[in-house]
Ligand binder design. Sequence first.
Ligand SMILES: *Cc1c(COP(=O)(O)O)cnc(C)c1O
Length: 387
Amino acid sequence: MTIAINSHRPKTVAVRAGFGTDTSFGSIAQPIHQTSTFAFRAVNEPGPHDYSRTSNPTREALESCLAALEGGKFGYAFASGMAAETTLLSTFGAGDHLIVHRDLYSGTHRLLTGALANKNILFDFVDVIDLDAIRAAVRPSTKAIWIESPTNPCLRVVDLKGIAGVAEEYGIFTMCDNTIASPYFQRPLEHGIDVVVHSTTKYLNGHSDVIGGALILNDSEIAKKIAFLQNTMGAVPSPFDCFLVLRGIKTLPVRMEEHNRNALAIASFLQHHPKVSEVLHPGLESHPQYELARKQMSGYGGTFSFRVRGARDEAFRFLGALKLFTIAQSFGGVQSLIAHPVTMTHKWLPPDMRQVMGITDELIRISVGLEDVEDLLADLDLSLAEM
Ligand SMILES: *Cc1c(COP(=O)(O)O)cnc(C)c1O
């Protein structure tokens, strides 16, 4: 059941899409239908749901909300971002060729080069900032281009409309991981991308208390395949996790505005700090794709990276001195987190790959939360002094 709302404004969509599906009691909050199966109405007469792997009312409310937020027709929720990616990749078979963004999330690298290595899906890692490099990589067996923008952890921005255009020239489809920007600040489908991928673990849920993923798209043929694989492969989220993500989404717009404001203030502070050599934030004029980012995004969120002057020792001393920022993987929650990509999130990448991606020993990734920005600035300032 999808409840139509007659507004496309993100704040209204976030609060209202998927709302009001409880026709029995009119609950304002989304009920958690914690059930594995559903009674048939009569012999050979199932109700709207029959088994929770196939569909569940709580999941359906989340899926319709995710679709509405991205401006897509179909949304599918998964048990994790990686489960969403694995299911999407299962639409491809042996001999199919993919053009994969060189700067993709490290877990996606591991999925392609590790878990799926024996599936004979062919892929090339390409720096998709260069549209001609994409054209040069296309083969007769190329089926799709997989991109991420902005990238994690170096915040490179790729031209979504440009890439969708190249894909159209060759009749191949495009998939974009939109986890860092969130649908509040960027909607890839509006730029011609075919499938949006999310780790709902990050900003969509926003409270660091759930692992989840999603796929959102418009094409009904691909949607049919995804729905089939979602049910058949079974990497679905629990009703309770769906409830948590849906609850988190209600405040996505206000959280994103505040993450964005805090992160920009911190990025500007760091940019002028003598112990910082570079700040990688697409909202700074010094960012090489500042203009492109402004064109296709309406804000940036709270995640960005910077380089301290020095090497690993200096980075570790700085991290060790922090009192408010918590050293942890992940991003997108209300608490400010900080990570050292080389030894944490991107440890798994081969060193030469890290080198070309610019993931070096002095790189720090920061997920700016919703604490008072003055406290966050003071923590960074004091810790840089001890570096
Ligand atoms: C975290 C993340 C994923 C993987 O999602 P999980 O929910 O951890 O499985 C995929 N892409 C990006 C950009 C991420 O940040």
